[in-house]
Design a protein around this ligand. Structure first.
Ligand code: FAD
Length: 279
């Protein structure tokens, strides 16, 4: 069982719990992106098991009528085994979503995976237009060129600051410089796209920038935040009519995800502790 302190960040261990979580968020006007926890499989059977779990989850979401979609990790569906296996699994999941009128996001992992991930995304989005979205990281110096490359591809783009420690040769490592790149990339997306823009950030400044640009450029966009982080803001934005999606992980491998949230921000534990003791 997941202890209450971690339950703030994880939607449960099972699919029914994850779907219940999505239903509760939908009642607040917030859509949900479900991620089955798991990554870095070097055993093809483990990758296959998670692909099957996503296919079943897509069927369940479609049958439930919930405002929910899924997000997969490249190394969860085979990228540590081979780029071909990853692309085959990625295509299979998006194809099922396309059939069910559902949607698939793909997370972005460390910079060694960027080329394979974007190549697969470009090909799959072209085959299944607007059924898939790809995360890109503004801390990478290459990202502006990647956005140019993808600007006319019929897939969504989730822009984030980037969660992986990368070498200075390929990434901005100074927080202010990352923020500057993030602002520039957000502006680029709103100027050049009229749909398919997602801003994945808890940063009030970046969320305000997106809201401002969304109205000046008439671009369809969404704001994505993690479960357990600024949930009041998630509800407030949804009430204001902003398209808000909450990324909610679930599954048995919750412990390392919880530690990551804690390492990123000590306040996360304090918030969670306060929720547990009821103050
Ligand atoms: P930060 O720069 O961390 O913080 C800026 C400000 O935001 C803070 O000063 C504070 O005001 C507010 N804030 C931030 N965190 C909190 C908090 N816990 N509580 C209260 N306020 C807070 N990274 C990847 O590399 N690949 C991915 O696929 C990926 N997917 C993501 C999907 C989603 C939906 C989200 C939200 C993030 C994802 N990330 C991913 C992580 C991302 O790259 C950042 O590491 C992470 O979001 C932290 O950056 P930030 O923009 O939220 O704000």
């Amino acid at each position: 069982m997941i202890p209450p302190i971690a339950r703030r960040f994880v939607a449960g261990e099972s699919v029914p719990e994850a779907l219940d979580h999505a239903r509760a968020r939908n009642d607040d006007g917030v859509a949900v992106i479900l991620n089955l926890l798991g990554e870095h499989y070097d055993d093809p059977a483990a990758a296959r098991a998670d692909v099957d779990a996503y296919l079943a989850l897509i069927d369940d979401i479609a049958a439930s009528g919930l405002d929910a979609c899924v997000s997969v990790k490249p190394s969860q569906i085979g990228l540590d085994i081979s780029a071909d296996l990853f692309e085959e699994h990625y295509r299979e999941i998006v194809s099922r979503a396309h059939e069910r009128d559902a949607f698939v996001w793909c997370d972005m992992e460390d910079a060694e995976t960027t080329d394979d991930t974007l190549d697969a995304f470009e090909s799959i989005a072209t085959e299944y237009p607007w059924s898939v979205g790809q995360c890109l990281q503004s801390n990478l110096k290459r990202t502006h060129d990647d956005l140019e490359r993808l600007v006319d591809v019929p897939g969504f783009v989730r822009l984030v600051k980037g969660a992986y420690d990368e070498p200075k040769s390929i990434a901005y490592t100074d927080k202010a410089r990352v923020n500057e790149a993030y602002r520039e990339d957000i502006e680029f997306l709103f100027e050049r796209r009229d749909r398919g823009v997602a801003v994945g950030s808890h940063d009030p400044e970046m969320i305000s920038l997106a809201n401002r640009l969304g109205s000046t450029h008439d671009t369809d966009y969404e704001i994505q935040l993690l479960m357990g982080v600024r949930e009041d803001a998630q509800r407030d934005l949804a009430r204001q009519g902003v398209d808000v999606k909450q990324y909610a992980p679930y599954g048995e491998k919750w412990l390392s995800y919880f530690y990551r949230r804690v390492r990123e921000r000590k306040e996360n534990v304090l918030f969670a502790l306060r929720a547990v003791v009821g103050r």
